[in-house]
Design a protein around this ligand. Sequence first.
Ligand code: IPE
Ligand code: IPE
Ligand code: MG
Length: 255
Amino acid sequence: MDMQYIAGLEERLGIGFDAANVPQHVAIVMDGNGRWAKQRGLGRSAGHRAGVEALEGIVEACRKMDVRYLTVYAFSTENWRRPLAEVNTLMSLLSEFAANKLTRLRDNQVRVQILGDFDGLPLLQRAALQRLMDATDHCRGLQLNLALNYGGRAEILRALKQAAADMTPEELQRMTEEDFGGYLHTAGQPDPDLLIRTSGEIRLSNFLLWQLAYAEFYFTDVLWPDFDEAEFFRAVCSYQQRSRRFGAVEPGSTD
Ligand code: IPE
Ligand code: IPE
Ligand code: MG
Protein backbone atom coordinates (compact mmCIF):
# COMPACT_ATOMS: atom_id res chain seq x y z
CA MET A 1 0.00 0.00 0.00
CA ASP A 2 1.23 3.47 -0.87
CA MET A 3 0.84 5.24 2.48
CA GLN A 4 2.05 8.57 1.18
CA TYR A 5 -0.61 8.51 -1.55
CA ILE A 6 -3.29 7.59 1.01
CA ALA A 7 -2.19 10.34 3.38
CA GLY A 8 -2.32 12.86 0.53
CA LEU A 9 -5.91 11.95 -0.30
CA GLU A 10 -6.94 11.92 3.37
CA GLU A 11 -5.65 15.42 3.75
CA ARG A 12 -7.07 16.72 0.49
CA LEU A 13 -10.55 15.28 1.08
CA GLY A 14 -10.64 15.50 4.86
CA ILE A 15 -11.68 11.86 5.32
CA GLY A 16 -9.95 9.06 7.19
CA PHE A 17 -8.92 5.82 5.51
CA ASP A 18 -8.65 2.49 7.32
CA ALA A 19 -5.72 0.60 5.84
CA ALA A 20 -6.89 -2.58 7.58
CA ASN A 21 -10.32 -2.54 5.91
CA VAL A 22 -9.71 -2.24 2.20
CA PRO A 23 -12.23 -4.06 -0.01
CA GLN A 24 -10.49 -7.03 -1.55
CA HIS A 25 -12.71 -7.00 -4.63
CA VAL A 26 -14.37 -3.92 -6.14
CA ALA A 27 -16.85 -4.13 -9.02
CA ILE A 28 -17.83 -1.09 -11.08
CA VAL A 29 -20.60 -0.31 -13.55
CA MET A 30 -18.81 2.36 -15.56
CA ASP A 31 -21.83 4.36 -16.69
CA GLY A 32 -22.42 7.85 -18.05
CA ASN A 33 -19.93 8.21 -20.92
CA GLY A 34 -22.66 9.28 -23.34
CA ARG A 35 -24.07 11.95 -21.01
CA TRP A 36 -20.58 13.24 -20.23
CA ALA A 37 -19.97 13.78 -23.95
CA LYS A 38 -23.38 15.33 -24.50
CA GLN A 39 -22.75 17.88 -21.73
CA ARG A 40 -19.70 18.99 -23.67
CA GLY A 41 -21.38 19.03 -27.06
CA LEU A 42 -19.29 16.06 -28.15
CA GLY A 43 -20.23 12.76 -29.78
CA ARG A 44 -20.70 9.63 -27.67
CA SER A 45 -17.42 8.17 -28.87
CA ALA A 46 -15.53 11.04 -27.20
CA GLY A 47 -17.22 10.00 -23.97
CA HIS A 48 -16.13 6.40 -24.38
CA ARG A 49 -12.58 7.52 -25.10
CA ALA A 50 -12.55 9.59 -21.91
CA GLY A 51 -13.99 6.58 -20.12
CA VAL A 52 -10.98 4.46 -21.02
CA GLU A 53 -8.68 7.06 -19.47
CA ALA A 54 -10.78 7.09 -16.31
CA LEU A 55 -10.40 3.34 -16.08
CA GLU A 56 -6.65 3.63 -16.23
CA GLY A 57 -6.73 6.06 -13.29
CA ILE A 58 -8.84 3.69 -11.20
CA VAL A 59 -6.56 0.75 -11.95
CA GLU A 60 -3.64 2.80 -10.62
CA ALA A 61 -5.64 3.80 -7.54
CA CYS A 62 -6.45 0.13 -6.85
CA ARG A 63 -2.76 -0.77 -7.02
CA LYS A 64 -1.91 1.99 -4.55
CA MET A 65 -4.72 1.06 -2.15
CA ASP A 66 -3.97 -2.67 -2.39
CA VAL A 67 -7.33 -3.68 -3.83
CA ARG A 68 -6.69 -7.19 -5.20
CA TYR A 69 -9.56 -7.62 -7.69
CA LEU A 70 -11.24 -5.01 -9.86
CA THR A 71 -14.14 -6.05 -12.09
CA VAL A 72 -15.44 -3.46 -14.53
CA TYR A 73 -18.53 -3.68 -16.70
CA ALA A 74 -17.28 -2.62 -20.12
CA PHE A 75 -19.84 -4.11 -22.52
CA SER A 76 -23.03 -5.97 -21.67
CA THR A 77 -24.79 -8.61 -23.75
CA GLU A 78 -27.54 -5.97 -24.08
CA ASN A 79 -25.17 -3.32 -25.44
CA TRP A 80 -25.34 -5.00 -28.88
CA ARG A 81 -28.70 -3.22 -29.12
CA ARG A 82 -26.91 0.12 -29.59
CA PRO A 83 -26.47 1.65 -33.06
CA LEU A 84 -23.87 -0.22 -35.10
CA ALA A 85 -21.58 2.82 -35.29
CA GLU A 86 -21.41 3.02 -31.49
CA VAL A 87 -20.82 -0.71 -31.13
CA ASN A 88 -17.99 -0.40 -33.67
CA THR A 89 -16.45 2.49 -31.74
CA LEU A 90 -16.58 0.51 -28.51
CA MET A 91 -14.96 -2.49 -30.17
CA SER A 92 -12.18 -0.35 -31.68
CA LEU A 93 -11.52 1.25 -28.31
CA LEU A 94 -11.31 -2.20 -26.80
CA SER A 95 -8.59 -3.44 -29.14
CA GLU A 96 -6.78 -0.10 -28.83
CA PHE A 97 -6.91 -0.41 -25.06
CA ALA A 98 -5.60 -3.96 -25.21
CA ALA A 99 -2.67 -3.00 -27.44
CA ASN A 100 -1.76 0.42 -26.03
CA LYS A 101 -2.03 -0.35 -22.33
CA LEU A 102 -0.38 -3.76 -22.41
CA THR A 103 3.10 -2.65 -21.34
CA ARG A 104 1.83 -0.29 -18.69
CA LEU A 105 -0.49 -2.90 -17.19
CA ARG A 106 2.19 -5.58 -17.22
CA ASP A 107 4.78 -3.28 -15.65
CA ASN A 108 2.25 -2.35 -13.00
CA GLN A 109 1.66 -6.05 -12.19
CA VAL A 110 -1.96 -6.05 -13.40
CA ARG A 111 -3.30 -9.40 -14.58
CA VAL A 112 -6.15 -9.03 -17.07
CA GLN A 113 -8.93 -11.54 -17.47
CA ILE A 114 -12.19 -11.43 -19.44
CA LEU A 115 -15.58 -12.28 -17.94
CA GLY A 116 -18.30 -12.99 -20.47
CA ASP A 117 -18.87 -14.67 -23.80
CA PHE A 118 -15.38 -14.19 -25.21
CA ASP A 119 -16.08 -16.25 -28.33
CA GLY A 120 -18.94 -13.91 -29.23
CA LEU A 121 -16.53 -10.97 -29.64
CA PRO A 122 -15.12 -10.06 -33.07
CA LEU A 123 -11.90 -11.81 -34.10
CA LEU A 124 -9.73 -8.70 -33.96
CA GLN A 125 -10.78 -7.90 -30.41
CA ARG A 126 -10.30 -11.50 -29.32
CA ALA A 127 -6.77 -11.54 -30.71
CA ALA A 128 -5.80 -8.27 -29.01
CA LEU A 129 -7.35 -9.32 -25.71
CA GLN A 130 -5.73 -12.75 -25.84
CA ARG A 131 -2.33 -11.08 -26.24
CA LEU A 132 -3.09 -8.85 -23.27
CA MET A 133 -4.16 -11.80 -21.13
CA ASP A 134 -1.11 -13.86 -22.09
CA ALA A 135 1.28 -10.98 -21.47
CA THR A 136 -0.10 -10.26 -18.01
CA ASP A 137 -0.86 -13.80 -16.91
CA HIS A 138 2.09 -13.89 -14.50
CA CYS A 139 1.18 -10.57 -12.82
CA ARG A 140 0.11 -10.78 -9.21
CA GLY A 141 -0.52 -7.18 -8.09
CA LEU A 142 -4.13 -6.64 -9.17
CA GLN A 143 -6.50 -8.85 -11.08
CA LEU A 144 -8.46 -6.72 -13.56
CA ASN A 145 -11.57 -8.47 -14.84
CA LEU A 146 -13.06 -6.87 -17.93
CA ALA A 147 -16.72 -7.85 -18.19
CA LEU A 148 -17.21 -7.94 -21.93
CA ASN A 149 -20.15 -9.33 -23.79
CA TYR A 150 -21.19 -10.12 -20.23
CA GLY A 151 -24.66 -10.80 -18.86
CA GLY A 152 -25.34 -12.11 -15.36
CA ARG A 153 -28.23 -14.33 -16.34
CA ALA A 154 -26.33 -15.76 -19.31
CA GLU A 155 -23.42 -16.52 -16.98
CA ILE A 156 -25.64 -18.40 -14.52
CA LEU A 157 -27.38 -20.35 -17.26
CA ARG A 158 -24.08 -21.32 -18.85
CA ALA A 159 -22.74 -22.46 -15.47
CA LEU A 160 -25.84 -24.55 -14.90
CA LYS A 161 -25.56 -26.27 -18.27
CA GLN A 162 -21.88 -26.95 -17.79
CA ALA A 163 -22.41 -28.38 -14.32
CA ALA A 164 -25.20 -30.61 -15.60
CA ALA A 165 -22.97 -31.86 -18.42
CA ASP A 166 -20.09 -32.60 -16.01
CA MET A 167 -22.00 -34.31 -13.24
CA THR A 168 -24.16 -37.33 -12.66
CA PRO A 169 -27.68 -36.50 -11.41
CA GLU A 170 -26.56 -37.54 -7.91
CA GLU A 171 -23.55 -35.24 -7.99
CA LEU A 172 -25.75 -32.43 -9.26
CA GLN A 173 -28.07 -32.92 -6.29
CA ARG A 174 -25.12 -32.66 -3.90
CA MET A 175 -23.69 -29.53 -5.57
CA THR A 176 -23.01 -26.71 -3.08
CA GLU A 177 -23.10 -22.94 -3.71
CA GLU A 178 -19.32 -23.03 -3.64
CA ASP A 179 -19.21 -25.77 -6.28
CA PHE A 180 -21.58 -23.75 -8.45
CA GLY A 181 -19.38 -20.66 -8.08
CA GLY A 182 -16.61 -22.69 -9.64
CA TYR A 183 -18.59 -22.77 -12.89
CA LEU A 184 -18.94 -18.99 -13.12
CA HIS A 185 -16.51 -16.75 -14.99
CA THR A 186 -15.20 -15.58 -11.60
CA ALA A 187 -14.23 -19.12 -10.51
CA GLY A 188 -11.63 -19.05 -7.76
CA GLN A 189 -12.07 -15.34 -7.01
CA PRO A 190 -13.66 -13.82 -3.91
CA ASP A 191 -17.06 -12.16 -4.36
CA PRO A 192 -17.02 -8.36 -4.72
CA ASP A 193 -17.09 -6.51 -1.41
CA LEU A 194 -18.07 -3.21 -2.97
CA LEU A 195 -20.15 -2.37 -6.05
CA ILE A 196 -19.90 1.12 -7.49
CA ARG A 197 -22.22 2.52 -10.16
CA THR A 198 -21.64 5.96 -11.58
CA SER A 199 -23.98 8.39 -13.38
CA GLY A 200 -26.92 8.26 -10.98
CA GLU A 201 -28.53 5.09 -12.29
CA ILE A 202 -29.62 2.82 -9.45
CA ARG A 203 -29.83 -0.62 -11.02
CA LEU A 204 -27.64 -3.63 -11.74
CA SER A 205 -28.28 -3.94 -15.49
CA ASN A 206 -27.58 -7.69 -15.36
CA PHE A 207 -24.16 -7.36 -13.69
CA LEU A 208 -22.72 -10.13 -11.47
CA LEU A 209 -26.13 -11.27 -10.24
CA TRP A 210 -24.76 -14.24 -8.29
CA GLN A 211 -21.55 -12.69 -7.00
CA LEU A 212 -23.07 -9.46 -5.62
CA ALA A 213 -25.28 -11.25 -3.08
CA TYR A 214 -23.55 -9.57 -0.11
CA ALA A 215 -21.71 -6.66 -1.69
CA GLU A 216 -22.05 -3.12 -0.32
CA PHE A 217 -23.54 -0.77 -2.94
CA TYR A 218 -22.29 2.73 -3.66
CA PHE A 219 -24.10 4.95 -6.15
CA THR A 220 -22.86 8.33 -7.28
CA ASP A 221 -24.10 10.94 -9.73
CA VAL A 222 -20.57 11.49 -11.01
CA LEU A 223 -20.31 10.45 -14.66
CA TRP A 224 -17.75 7.75 -15.38
CA PRO A 225 -15.19 9.91 -17.24
CA ASP A 226 -15.12 12.23 -14.19
CA PHE A 227 -14.71 9.37 -11.72
CA ASP A 228 -11.14 9.90 -10.55
CA GLU A 229 -8.94 8.67 -7.70
CA ALA A 230 -10.58 11.10 -5.26
CA GLU A 231 -14.07 9.78 -6.13
CA PHE A 232 -12.79 6.24 -5.79
CA PHE A 233 -11.25 7.08 -2.42
CA ARG A 234 -14.62 8.49 -1.29
CA ALA A 235 -16.34 5.26 -2.34
CA VAL A 236 -13.85 3.09 -0.46
CA CYS A 237 -14.13 5.28 2.66
CA SER A 238 -17.93 5.01 2.47
CA TYR A 239 -17.56 1.23 2.28
CA GLN A 240 -15.39 1.32 5.38
CA GLN A 241 -18.24 2.91 7.35
CA ARG A 242 -20.62 0.02 6.62
CA SER A 243 -21.38 -2.73 9.07
CA ARG A 244 -21.36 -6.00 7.14
CA ARG A 245 -23.42 -8.49 9.07
CA PHE A 246 -24.03 -11.23 6.49
CA GLY A 247 -27.35 -11.96 8.14
CA ALA A 248 -25.91 -12.23 11.65
CA VAL A 249 -25.80 -9.56 14.36
CA GLU A 250 -23.05 -7.18 15.35
CA PRO A 251 -20.44 -8.96 17.53
CA GLY A 252 -21.01 -8.01 21.14
CA SER A 253 -24.76 -7.34 20.68
CA THR A 254 -26.85 -8.34 23.65
CA ASP A 255 -30.38 -9.66 23.81
C1 IPE B 1 -21.23 3.45 -20.28
O1 IPE B 1 -21.65 4.69 -20.73
C2 IPE B 1 -20.38 2.73 -21.28
C3 IPE B 1 -21.02 1.56 -21.89
C4 IPE B 1 -22.20 1.11 -21.63
C5 IPE B 1 -20.23 0.85 -22.85
P1 IPE B 1 -22.98 4.87 -21.56
O2 IPE B 1 -22.64 4.78 -23.01
O3 IPE B 1 -24.01 3.92 -21.11
O4 IPE B 1 -23.36 6.35 -21.20
P2 IPE B 1 -24.83 6.94 -20.96
O5 IPE B 1 -25.49 6.06 -19.95
O6 IPE B 1 -25.52 6.90 -22.28
O7 IPE B 1 -24.60 8.32 -20.46
C1 IPE C 1 -24.48 -0.99 -18.13
O1 IPE C 1 -24.71 0.29 -18.59
C2 IPE C 1 -23.45 -1.67 -18.98
C3 IPE C 1 -22.12 -1.08 -18.95
C4 IPE C 1 -21.72 -0.08 -18.20
C5 IPE C 1 -21.17 -1.70 -19.81
P1 IPE C 1 -25.89 0.63 -19.59
O2 IPE C 1 -25.84 2.08 -19.82
O3 IPE C 1 -25.80 -0.26 -20.79
O4 IPE C 1 -27.17 0.18 -18.75
P2 IPE C 1 -28.68 0.64 -18.84
O5 IPE C 1 -29.10 0.50 -20.27
O6 IPE C 1 -28.73 2.07 -18.40
O7 IPE C 1 -29.40 -0.26 -17.91
MG1 MG D 1 -25.47 4.03 -19.71
